[in-house]
Design a protein around this ligand. Structure first.
Ligand code: BTN
Length: 265
């Protein structure tokens, strides 16, 4: 295991998380689904040093070079009736944001780049994406069997190593701050926050909705939302209790479940 990930062996003894580490896999989400189908429990984390077919939202590719970044997927088995499973995305995005901020503080990055959440589940540093989340739910009848929450974070990839088509829109912690980060330290901070935020969904989901909102770059902006049903344009007013984005349009309010969002101002 690479040196910067070795601290996770101790971390898993102190927490519920149990890691399965892969030098290389096709996609940690695909592997997590295979394991979940074999009854692997909640809190299993599939972690890879490289993905050969990393997947993004809407069937896109996720650039996953060896040794540079974080590719991990958490298996969860939430009860269907407690909260809408979309809220897991918001709590995961919030946890990545909090984890990144914590590590920048420990490393005394000054001033730290501004980190924010873009709906539904992207994390930005300044105006570029540093992390994305792909959650996939599998049902048994009407009930959730399991959810895999896949988190990709550009930690140490350099500007030169970013593919040309990503250079204007993506960034990494290293690019923004000129430092090299221990992926293990980042993973520990993110997962500690995730455990807290995921448990909070059972007891106080408004806390997650409010905290996500306070850290969101999407709310109160004019947006274009490219949904499966077509383009919706208007003011992003809030999120409802399922984590859907509420857009105020000339035709009235629309609550949307999933879309690619363009911020207009
Ligand atoms: C997106 O913003 O489009 C979501 C990107 C999610 C990427 C992560 S990397 C770990 C996990 N495994 C995958 O194949 N995808 C997710």
């Amino acid at each position: 295991m690479p040196k910067d990930l070795q601290c996770l062996a101790r971390f898993q003894e102190e927490t519920e998380f149990k890691f399965l580490y892969y030098t290389s896999t096709d996609s940690t989400n695909s592997e997590a689904k295979r394991l979940a189908n074999l009854s692997y429990p909640e809190w299993t984390v599939v972690l890879a040093n490289e993905q050969t077919s990393g997947r993004g939202r809407h069937g896109r590719n996720w650039h996953s070079p060896e040794g540079r970044n974080i590719y991990m997927t958490i298996i969860l088995r939430p009860p269907s009736e407690e909260f809408h499973y979309n809220l897991i995305n918001l709590s995961a995005a919030l946890s990545v944001l909090e984890g990144i901020r914590e590590v920048m503080e420990i490393e005394r990055v000054s001033p730290p780049p501004i980190a924010s959440c873009k709906w539904p589940n992207d994390i930005y540093l300044g105006d570029k994406k540093v992390s994305g989340i792909l959650s996939e739910a599998t049902f048994k009848g009407n009930a959730i069997d399991y959810i895999v929450v896949g988190i990709g974070i550009n930690a140490n990839i350099t500007q030169e190593e970013l593919p040309h088509e990503l250079r204007g829109i993506a960034t990494s912690l290293a690019i923004e701050t000129g430092r090299h980060y221990s992926r293990g330290q980042l993973i520990k901070s993110i997962l500690r926050n995730f455990e807290k935020n995921y448990r909070m969904l059972y007891t106080d989901k408004d806390y997650i909705l409010n905290t996500w909102g306070q850290n969101s770059s999407t709310l109160f902006k004019k947006v274009k939302a490219y949904t499966n049903e077509g383009l919706i344009e208007g003011l992003a007013e809030g999120i409802d209790e399922r984590g859907f984005l509420i857009i105020h349009t000339p035709e009235g309010k629309k609550n949307i479940n999933s879309a690619d969002i363009l911020h207009l101002r």
